[in-house]
Design a protein around this ligand. Structure first.
Ligand SMILES: [Zn+2]
Length: 257
């Protein structure tokens, strides 16, 4: 029997988002290791007696048992593998976990198998749970998501002439998706100057495993510049603004005196 003819199947998944459907149901969007992003129907999950509900919270790593449906496939059983509970108990961590989900959702199509992205999100959740610098963890996640999605910014060679970039003021071009040397970037429309230190941090985050970058301690002003470059690049690639970055900015702004 070929796979697509089977009436039921199982997969592990990370819960990206959910919305209410009808009286008691939820539509759940998940990311799976082999089936990519999928949307499933969880029937009766909003009734108090539902045994599935607790296993389908956002960010949960869950084992799902599914039945083929006419529209969405239907979740018949759900069992938590890793709850990632700490991500839901702390507002900052939760906001960042939502951002990771929103970003992954925006960069992927339904049913595109992409195991590296599943691993990236899974690792991203683990790092967020223990992170002492959520902004740094988020920048690492952005750069690695961009790499796996084919939108990695070019940070080592001029995107025009290919020459290795020198430790001087260079220029970031959204349109060209990377950095221009001074010869090709200066005065060019849409190319913004990028400082040596900012480029250095971006390169380091792009090239190094998380174990190396989690110990970095960076100046807040430097981090803001790194964030600004990546946010502009992501907005340009997606052609829209995501919701969670604004929420993160709101909750992390210093309290009023
Ligand atoms: Zn050049």
């Amino acid at each position: 029997m070929s796979l697509h003819r089977q009436r039921s199947y199982a997969t592990r998944a990370l819960v990206l988002k959910r919305r209410e459907q009808g009286e008691a149901d939820r539509v759940i969007t998940v990311f799976t290791p082999q089936l990519g992003k999928r949307t499933y129907l969880a029937r009766g999950v909003r009734k108090s007696a539902s045994r599935k509900a607790g296993h389908l919270e956002p960010f949960t790593h869950v084992a799902l048992y599914l039945a083929k449906g006419r529209g969405w496939d239907i979740i018949t059983q759900a069992e938590t593998v890793t709850s990632f509970r700490q991500l839901r108990e702390d507002l900052d961590r939760m906001a960042h976990a939502y951002y990771f989900c929103e970003l992954l959702d925006a960069f992927t199509q339904e049913e595109d198998s992409h195991p590296e992205l599943f691993d990236l999100l899974f690792n991203g959740f683990q790092y967020l749970q223990d992170s002492e610098d959520l902004a740094l963890t988020a920048r690492w996640f952005e750069l690695h998501l961009l790499r796996h999605s084919g939108y990695q910014p070019q940070l080592f060679h001029c995107v025009e002439c290919g020459d290795p970039l020198q430790p001087v003021i260079n220029y970031f071009s959204l349109e060209l998706g990377g950095v221009l040397c001074p010869r090709h970037g200066e005065g060019r429309k849409g190319a913004e100057p990028i400082q040596v230190g900012t480029l250095k941090v971006l390169r380091y985050l792009q090239a190094q495993p998380y174990s190396r970058i989690s110990h970095l301690r960076l100046q807040p002003s430097r981090m803001r510049q790194v964030q600004a470059v990546l946010a502009a690049h992501i907005r340009y690639v997606l052609e829209r603004q995501l919701k969670s970055p604004r929420f993160i900015a709101q909750i992390s702004s210093p309290p009023l005196p």
